[in-house]
Design a protein around this ligand. Structure first.
Ligand code: DLZ
Length: 158
C-alpha cells in the first residue's frame, strides 16, 4: 500500500542522523506555487523533526524550475551549508517545453553534485498533470519535500 509513511521508509527514517548542528539551503521555484509551497512545508517540518534549528534553514525562491540550478549553484558557495535542497514542480503541457526544463534541471543538478563540495538534493516533481503533483506534495503518495529533507541530512553526514 502506498501510504506516505511507507514511501518515506524507503529511506530508512529510523537511521536519520541528528541534524541539530546542521545548516541547509533550500531553493524553491515559484512556478506551480500551490505544489512547491507544500513541498517546502514538508522539507522544513522534517528537517526540524530531526533537530535542525529553524534559523539554520535558509530558504530562497526563484521564478521557475529552470532557475533552480543557478540558485543551487549560488548556495553551494556558502561555506556554512551542509547540503542544498531544490524544490520545484514541472507539469507537462502541450509543447516540448516540459522536456527541456526537466532535462536542464536534471543535468544542472547532477553537474553540481559532481563538481561542488556539498550535496544538492533533487526535489523536482516532473508529472503529467496537476493531480500527480498533488499526490506527491502531501497527498496519497506522501511528500517529496519530506524525503528530500531526510536525504539531505543523510548526505550531509556522508
Ligand atoms: C515556462 C515554464 C513552463 C511552461 N512550465 C513550467 C513548469 O511547469 N514548472 C516550472 O517550474 N517552470 C515552468 N516554466 C518556467 C521555467 O522554469 C523558467 O522559469 C522560464 O523558462 C524562464 O527561464
Amino acid at each position: 500500500m502506498a501510504t506516505a509513511l511507507h514511501h518515506l521508509s524507503d529511506y530508512d527514517v529510523q537511521s536519520v542522523p541528528d541534524a541539530s548542528n546542521m545548516c541547509f539551503g533550500v531553493v524553491v521555484s515559484e512556478w506551480n506555487t500551490e505544489i512547491t509551497s507544500a513541498l517546502l512545508d514538508g522539507t522544513v517540518k522534517t528537517l526540524e523533526r530531526h533537530g535542525c534549528l529553524p534559523e539554520n534553514i535558509h530558504v530562497k525562491t526563484v521564478p521557475g524550475s529552470f532557475e533552480l540550478v543557478y540558485g543551487a549553484q549560488q548556495m553551494t558557495k556558502n561555506d556554512g551549508f551542509d547540503a542544498v535542497i531544490i524544490l520545484g514542480s514541472v507539469i507537462r503541457g502541450e509543447t516540448p517545453h516540459f522536456d527541456y526544463i526537466c532535462e536542464g534541471v536534471t543535468q544542472g543538478i547532477a553537474h553540481l553534485n559532481a563538481t561542488q563540495n556539498i550535496p544538492v538534493v533533487f526535489g523536482l516533481l516532473t508529472t503529467d498533470n496537476l493531480q500527480q503533483a498533488q499526490d506527491r506534495c502531501g497527498g496519497k503518495l506522501g511528500n517529496k519535500g519530506d524525503e528530500c529533507a531526510v536525504v539531505a541530512i543523510k548526505m550531509a553526514k556522508f
